[in-house]
Every structure is written in structure tokens, then in C-alpha cells.
Ligand binder design. Structure first.
Ligand code: FAD
Ligand code: NAI
Length: 473
């Protein structure tokens, strides 16, 4: 029998958008429930995304260093360096377990009800839950927040079967049982390059097959090209301007049929494992939205206003399920802002200052506008770049690949875009984003004292190069 309970806020989806919103709601005094079907909190990010991928990126980086970099530092290994994949995977799984458990603890601490099941919107103030444990529950609530996230975009010519482990998506690529001799990655985006890097470091011959004529199409082009060169030097091969028109799964691998994107003769390409990573799509269908008359755009994203409200004012949506970059921190910011706005507070998300990071080695980080975007907008800008090869710390520790590039408004010197390739780019970008949030000019940062010797001095010097001249380059 259906039990009815009454809430101020019911969040559907327990990913970084949803669970953060639920905690915030409870902190603001709302009686809050969070419905999650997965059996664990943390969503895509924690369970099969950000966290497990970063665990494997770190472990595989250590292996790469032991194999190639230790000797440069005068460290010799007598005997062989080997991968114990089971232990490596175990470390990753442990991190995920601890973190998902941590969110359950935070729910208890803040008084959020965790409802395990599949939620469907049944009315402007009703969520119907098919409970994982069997049975159903009807939740009555003042506000509903849709935070159902996204799922892998399928490629019809290359159907994924993670169980079989031949054609996999990112979830399958995080749990391979052996290191494949070769891997074809379809899609030269963030997932393809991160997971491609993991398996390349562990010993696979990795080839990235990308439809467009460049990788990571949304990156600043100068940075994108430099990034591709670095990855190529590491041994990743690229087939750009290429589409996959068919696939045959065999006992020992997959045979792909490739064609030039512009048309032309087909070729066969064999790999032991194929990773499909051509993007993600919002998970918004069959959760009761259409029945309430809530509009989805062509890409399936829930249409919301500046207060994250759908056309039904009590129903809100955030994160991967709505427009914008599919990033965990973007979902979190929106979750907090949406809940604050429900309570009549001034929620705030600055979409001009959402950083994006690719966790390869070196890392790539960006915030704000690319040069191409500024040109298209007709904005006049100054550009300052500083290579890590001219940074003393980078030289001292052997991390001299990459650069910092700052774009600032020609008239006001306000920072408009930041583009970094560097071993700590993901951490370094925070300084720039903070500056952008406060409306800093590049001269503001150029005149801010940075500790020596740090990689961050490259950031300061790129800002110097924007407003006047760098000292060390
Ligand atoms: P999700 O995390 O997708 O969470 C939605 C949750 O809702 C899911 O757990 C789902 O089970 C649940 N759900 C859906 N429908 C229902 C329903 N009807 N009832 C109950 N529950 C439901 N982003 C970064 O910022 N940094 C990274 O390093 C990064 N790495 C990534 C690596 C990989 C391999 C992948 C796949 C993604 C990565 N991302 C990364 C993207 C990031 O995971 C997403 O942007 C983020 O998880 C979106 O958060 P969300 O809360 O909107 O949705
Ligand atoms: P993506 O959008 O980053 O890259 C997809 C790539 O595949 C693009 O370069 C695209 O041109 C290409 N492509 C599309 N169709 C193709 C086809 N048929 N054949 C060949 N190439 C094709 O998507 P990805 O890598 O799947 O990641 C999904 C989302 O997850 C991204 O939006 C990203 O924001 C998020 N993510 C973020 C991470 C991070 O912040 N570090 C890490 C991993 C994922």
C-alpha cells in the first residue's frame, strides 16, 4: 500500500546536483527527501564518473612515472615495474565506497530523508516512488527538484555491452579486468582523452577516432592543438575527421569500419576493446515531465527560467538535466542556487566563470571565453601567454610542458578568458576564477604577490604579459 508523507522539498536524483541541493534545503529549514534509484548516493560523478576516473588517472600516472620518469630523477628500479590491476581497481572502489557512505552520513546529520527508488513526477506537488525494496511511496511536497542527470549517448553503429567488455562506455572502461593490447576510443572529448590516457599508461595502444578535425572542440584552438601534440608525444594516436560506420564484435576484439567524415573509401580498424565516448544526453524522459506539460528542448534538456523553474512553478530542474556544461561543480552551484531561490533568497550562478578541467597529464583547464569566441563576439582583447618551460619550479621538478594564456578586455583589462595546460592546471584555475568572479583586471593579478618558486608564478607572469611584459620570458 502506498504511504503518503509530506515535504517542503523532494529532490529526484542523488548526484552532485541533487544531494547538494537536498543538504542545502535541510540546512535552510526545509523538510527534505532525496529519491535515488542507483542504490548509492553521489550520482554519475561519484559512482561512475569524476571520482573513479580520477583514482585510475592517479594510479596510472604513478605507474607511468615509475616506468619513464623516475630514471630522469636518478631513481633506478631493479627488476620490473608491474601493474596489479586488481589492487588498482580495489583502491578506486574503496574511494567510491567511502565517499558514497560519506554522503549518507551527511544526509543523516542534516536530517535529509534518503528514499531508495525510482521517482516520477505525479503532479505539481507529488512524486511517486517505486521503491527498490519493493512497494511504492507517494511523497507530497511543496517543491520538486529534478536532478536526474544524464546518460551515455549511444552510437547506433557501435552498440555498447559493458558485460562482454568489448565495446564499452565510460562505465565499462572503469572496470576492465585486463589491460587490452589495443583500444580504439570513439570521440576525442574529455572522457575519451582521460580514459584513453589511463589505458595507454597501463600498456594499451590507444587510437582516438574523432569525427571533427580536432580534439575537444570547445577548447581554445591554440590550447587544443598544443594539447593534442602533447598527447601524441605520449603515444596516443589520432584519426581525426573520421566516422565509424559499422562494428563487428569477434572473440578476441572488435573490427570497426571507418570512413572519412567528408565521405570516401571505408577502411577496417581492429582493436581489442572499443570505448564509445561521443557525449552524454540528459536523463529526462519517462519521469513524468511530459505529463505535466513541462517542455524539453531538442536535446532532451528540461527548459527552465533564471530561477530554475519549469513551466510548472513548483517543479525545478538543475545539473546535467538542463542546459549548460555537464560538470559536477556546475550542478552543485545550481542545486544550491535553486534551493535558495525557493526560499526567497538570492541564489547565484555565474556561468561566465565555470571552470572546466581535463585531468590528463599535464592537465588542461579553462574558464571564460576562448580567442575564437571573443573574435566572433567582436570583443577587442589583449593576450598574455607564459610557458611553463620558463617557470623555475616547473623546470626544477621536470614538469615544463604547457602554458598559461590569459585574455583580457583591451579597454578595461578585465579578465575574459583563462586557458592553461600544466601539471596543476586544475588547481591553478581556481585563482583565475576567483579573480573573474571579483571582476579582476589582469594587472590586479600581475600585481599580486605569488610565492616563489611555484607553478602559480606562471599565472602571474601570463597576467603581466597581458597588461605589460613578463619578466622571465
Ligand atoms: P548525475 O550525477 O547524473 O546524478 C543523477 C542521479 O539521479 C543518478 O544517480 C541517477 O541514478 C539518479 N536518477 C535519475 N533518474 C532518477 C529517478 N527518476 N529516480 C531516482 N533517481 C534517479 N564532471 C566534473 O565536473 N569533473 C569530472 O572530473 C568529471 N568526470 C567525469 C567522468 C566520467 C567518466 C563521466 C561519465 C562524467 C564525468 N563528469 C565530470 C560529469 C559529471 O559526472 C556530471 O556532470 C555530474 O554527475 C552531473 O550531476 P547531476 O547531479 O546533474 O547528475
Ligand atoms: P564530449 O562532448 O566531451 O566529447 C565527445 C567527442 O566526441 C567530441 O569531440 C565530438 O566531436 C565527438 N563525436 C561526437 N559524435 C561522434 C561520432 N559519431 N564519431 C566520432 N566522434 C564523435 O563528451 P564525452 O567525452 O563523452 O563526455 C561527456 C560529458 O561528461 C562531457 O560533456 C563532459 O563535460 C563530462 N565529463 C567531464 C569531465 C571533466 O570535467 N574532467 C571528465 C569526463 C566527462
Amino acid at each position: 500500500a502506498a504511504a503518503a508523507s509530506s515535504y517542503d522539498l523532494v529532490v529526484v536524483g542523488g548526484g552532485p546536483g541533487g544531494y547538494v541541493a537536498a543538504i542545502k534545503g535541510a540546512q535552510l529549514g526545509m523538510k527534505t527527501a532525496c529519491v535515488e534509484v542507483r542504490g548509492a548516493l553521489g550520482g554519475t560523478c561519484l559512482n561512475v564518473g569524476c571520482i573513479p576516473s580520477k583514482a585510475l588517472l592517479h594510479s596510472s600516472h604513478l605507474f607511468e612515472q615509475a616506468n619513464h620518469d623516475f630514471k630522469k630523477h636518478g631513481i633506478k628500479i631493479n627488476g620490473s615495474v608491474e601493474v596489479d590491476l586488481k589492487t588498482m581497481m580495489g583502491g578506486k572502489d574503496k574511494a567510491v565506497r567511502q565517499l558514497t557512505g560519506g554522503i549518507e552520513y551527511l544526509f543523516k546529520k542534516n536530517g535529509v530523508d534518503y528514499v531508495k527508488g525510482f521517482g516520477k513526477v505525479a503532479g505539481p506537488h507529488n512524486v511517486h516512488v517505486k521503491l527498490n525494496a519493493g512497494g511504492e511511496s507517494d511523497l507530497e511536497t511543496k517543491n520538486i527538484l529534478i536532478a536526474t542527470g544524464s546518460e551515455v549517448t549511444p552510437l547506433p553503429t557501435c552498440p555498447v555491452d559493458n558485460e562482454k567488455g568489448r565495446i564499452v562506455d565510460s562505465t565499462g572502461a572503469l572496470v576492465l579486468k585486463t589491460v587490452p593490447k589495443s583500444m580504439a576510443v570513439i570521440g576525442g572529448g574529455v572522457i575519451g582523452l582521460e580514459m584513453g590516457s589511463v589505458w595507454r599508461r597501463l600498456g594499451s595502444k590507444v587510437t582516438v577516432i574523432e569525427f571533427l578535425d580536432r580534439i575537444c572542440p570547445s577548447l581554445d584552438q591554440e590550447v587544443g592543438q598544443a594539447f593534442q601534440k602533447i598527447l601524441a608525444k605520449q603515444g596516443i594516436q589520432f584519426k581525426l575527421g573520421t566516422k565509424v560506420v559499422g562494428s563487428t564484435v569477434k572473440e578476441d576484439g572488435v573490427s570497426l569500419s571507418l570512413e572519412p567524415a567528408a565521405g570516401g573509401a571505408a577502411e577496417n580498424f581492429d582493436a581489442e576493446v572499443v570505448l564509445v565516448a561521443i557525449g552524454r544526453r540528459p536523463f529526462t524522459r519517462n519521469i513524468g515531465l511530459e505529463e505535466q506539460g513541462i517542455a524539453l528542448d531538442k536535446a532532451g534538456r528540461v527548459t527552465v527560467d533564471a530561477h530554475f523553474r519549469t513551466s510548472v512553478p513548483s517543479i525545478h530542474a538543475i545539473g546535467d538535466a538542463i542546459v549548460g556544461p555537464m560538470l559536477a561543480h556546475k550542478a552543485e552551484e545550481e542545486g544550491i542556487a535553486a534551493v535558495e531561490m525557493m526560499q526567497g533568497l538570492a541564489g547565484h550562478v555565474n556561468y561566465d566563470a565555470v571552470p572546466g578541467v581535463i585531468y590528463t597529464h599535464p592537465e588542461v583547464a579553462a574558464a571564460g571565453k576562448t580567442e575564437e569566441e571573443l573574435k566572433a563576439m567582436g570583443v577587442e582583447y589583449n593576450k598574455g601567454t607564459f610557458p611553463f618551460s620558463a617557470n623555475s619550479r616547473a623546470r626544477a621538478v621536470g614538469e615544463a610542458d604547457g602554458l598559461v594564456k590569459i585574455l583580457s578586455d583591451k579597454t578595461t583589462d578585465r579578465i575574459l578568458g583563462i586557458h592553461i595546460i600544466g601539471s596543476n592546471a586544475g588547481e591553478m584555475i581556481a585563482e583565475g576564477v576567483l579573480g573573474m568572479e571579483y571582476g579582476a583586471s589582469s594587472e590586479d593579478i600581475a600585481r599580486t604577490c605569488h610565492a616563489h618558486p611555484t607553478l602559480s608564478e606562471a599565472f602571474k607572469e601570463a597576467c603581466m604579459a597581458t597588461s605589460s611584459k613578463a619578466i622571465h620570458f
